[in-house]
Design a protein around this ligand. Structure first.
Ligand code: PEP
Length: 254
């Protein structure tokens, strides 16, 4: 039985005060919702104060990125050791990082290795572009991304994958539950090929891309989908609580 996971990717939004306000607005309601792991991923500057606010809470903290070196002359970067002090999770390989910061499969792979070594759980993002989708390349693209990101990685225990079709991120245009479920089943087959059936069965694979309270149920009803990585809707306390609550109700029925 895989524990459903709903993670909020706040991206480059919220000042420290706004981040604290947002956490205060959702904390108590999220605490009441059982059987779903809840993660918030604010910007780096808010991680320490948010961690303090969440002390003793079941809500977990994630970073949105890290650099793969341990320390040194990498101005502006944040190392796995720094993240590990504060967070249980880290988003790696988000399509916005691939697109705007030119993160290649090789860089994503180094970051995955570094996160695992530092005992941080990667939420590893993969997904096809609109053009790849239209050319029916989704399966070959996600397969290649999985292989590149996990090259040389011996154990993926705990690692989470987020399948996020690039054309669905921040566009208001989501995949259908069925499309996402089918691609996620395919990703799980890839994991089985690489790491065996047992690992594939245990791995949580999320959907991400314009998830909101209006469409969350469609994704949560898919048995292959273990939760969601939520961008825009995670910045509204009521929306995020609603999505988590739907995940709990639907997944605990199964
Ligand atoms: C994301 O940032 O990972 C994401 C899925 O964003 P949105 O929900 O806004 O599409």
């Amino acid at each position: 039985m895989r524990t459903p996971l709903i993670a909020g990717n706040w991206k480059m939004n919220t000042t420290v005060d706004e981040a604290l306000e947002l956490v205060r607005a959702m904390k108590d309601e999220l605490e009441k919702i059982a059987e779903v792991e809840k993660v918030v991923c604010p910007p780096f500057v808010s991680l320490a104060p948010v961690k303090e606010l969440l002390s003793g809470s079941a809500i977990k903290l994630g970073a949105q990125n890290l650099f793969f070196a341990e320390k040194g002359a990498y101005t502006g970067e944040i190392s796995p050791l720094m993240v590990a002090d504060l967070c249980e999770y880290v988003i790696i390989g988000h399509s916005e990082r691939r697109q705007y910061f030119h993160e290649t499969g090789d860089v994503v792979n180094k970051k995955i290795v570094a996160a695992l070594q530092a005992d941080i759980i990667p939420i590893m993002c993969i997904g096809e572009s609109l053009e790849e989708n239209e050319r029916e390349k989704t399966k070959s693209v996600v397969s290649e991304q999985v292989r590149a990101a996990l090259a040389g990685v011996k154990s993926v225990s705990g690692l989470v994958i987020a399948y996020e079709p690039v054309w669905a991120i921040g566009t208001g245009k989501s995949a259908t539950g069925e499309q996402a479920g089918e691609t996620i089943a395919f990703i799980r087959h890839n994991i089985a090929d690489l790491y065996g059936e047992g690992t594939a069965r245990e791995m949580r694979i999320l959907y991400g891309g314009s998830v909101s309270s209006a469409n969350a149920a469609e994704f949560m009803q898919q048995p292959e989908i273990d939760g969601a990585l939520v961008g825009g809707a995670s910045l509204k306390a009521g929306e995020f609580i609603n999505i988590v609550s739907q995940a709990s109700a639907i997944k605990s029925r199964k």
